[in-house]
Design a protein around this ligand. Structure first.
Ligand code: PEP
Ligand code: MN
Length: 342
């Protein structure tokens, strides 16, 4: 942490500042410039210290040097995190595709979707059983019945399943059926939920909060990691901006930025990132070119009849076409789609 001292600060005030910092248990390094004097603080960088320093009249600015996350920082694992979920690899050279409906609507539709996305090359099945919704009056998912259907589809196809958990009290129940827990955008900063999942050490995919910056997102991932979880996936799903042409603004920059800052694998969700099926393929391919480790794509047997997110869901044929194009873009950047279940 570096403290920039206000111009015109007297030597006595400066001494008081140094004594204050030392009284908090830190060593100091004073540097007097022609224009400005700065004090380097050696040691950890708690936010409480920064707040206290701002309370001193001679302090102009306090600049943190260390990142506010450690376990998920790239430096903690420079080679990058790679792990396996029921024989499907996440991270590393392969690009893992997760596909399925926004929400599980019936056993028949989920089984049909599972078979078709698997045939097209997907390696993980997605489907919501507990659905977050902006309106309390809309469909909130099939609950445990939906979880049972997901598990049945896994048993039949061999595809591991990912599904959202919204409530701390449901972590155990969802984990009974799911292979990867999903934390949705609205819960990215639900720290009790993150702590509960972190302690469970289960594979988890953390979606970016729709109004969160990358640092806040990585701090949320740090909650999971600090509980002992080593199987964390990040998912860029778009953020809210002033743009109205699309449901969200997919932040393509986030992919190379996160790859630089963190060792965690990052998956792109162009379905929620755009909100329109016609835009999904272009953004999916851009995400692969930008270095994404996977895709999450909403696919529905009949998007016009979907209970949720039909406008952004691909048909089976649309998904198949996307996978063929994705294979080519992956090859162009030296990667391949993979990690298929047997
Ligand atoms: C979803 O994956 O269907 C979902 C609700 O996503 P998000 O939390 O990104 O809105
Ligand atoms: Mn959805």
């Amino acid at each position: 942490m570096i403290v920039v001292v206000k111009p015109g600060t007297s030597d006595e005030e400066l001494d008081r500042l140094l004594e204050f910092i030392q009284s908090q248990g830190y060593s100091t390094h004073l540097s007097r410039g022609v224009e400005r004097t700065i004090v380097g603080i050696i040691g950890d960088e708690p936010l409480t210290l920064r707040d206290r320093l701002y309370g001193l009249p001679c302090v102009d600015e306090v600049v943190p040097i260390l990142k506010p996350y450690k376990l998920v920082a790239r430096a903690a694992k420079p080679a990058g995190t790679v792990f396996d979920v029921r024989g499907v690899t996440i991270g590393g050279p392969t690009i893992t595709v997760m596909a399925g409906p926004c929400t599980v609507e019936s056993e028949q539709m989920l089984l049909e979707t599972a078979r078709r996305v698997k045939a097209a090359g997907a390696s993980i099945l997605r489907g919501g059983a507990y659905k977050p919704s902006t309106s309390p009056y809309s469909f909130h998912g099939m609950g445990e019945d939906g979880l049972r259907i997901l598990a049945a589809a896994r048993d039949e196809t061999g595809l591991p399943v990912i599904t959202e958990v919204m409530d701390t009290r449901d972590v155990g129940l969802v984990a009974k059926y799911a292979d990867i827990l999903q934390v949705g955008t609205r819960n990215m900063a639900n720290f009790s939920l993150l702590r509960e999942i972190g302690r469970s050490r289960l594979p988890v995919m953390l979606k970016r909060g729709w109004a969160s910056n990358i640092e806040e997102w990585l701090q949320a991932a740090e909650y999971l990691a600090s509980g002992g979880d080593e199987h964390i996936i990040l998912c860029e799903r778009g953020i809210r901006t002033f743009e109205q042409a699309t449901r969200n603004t997919f932040d393509i920059n986030a992919i190379p930025v996160v790859k630089d800052l963190s060792h965690l694998p990052i998956v792109a969700d162009p379905s929620h990132g755009t909100g329109r099926s016609g835009l999904v393929p272009a953004v999916a391919l851009a995400a692969i070119a930008a270095g994404a480790d996977g895709l999450m794509i909403e696919v529905h047997p009949e998007p016009t009849k979907a209970l949720k997110d039909g406008a952004q869901s691909l048909t089976f044929e649309g998904f198949q076409a996307l996978m063929a194009a994705a294979e080519k873009v992956a090859a162009a950047v030296g990667r391949q789609l993979g990690g298929h279940a047997a």
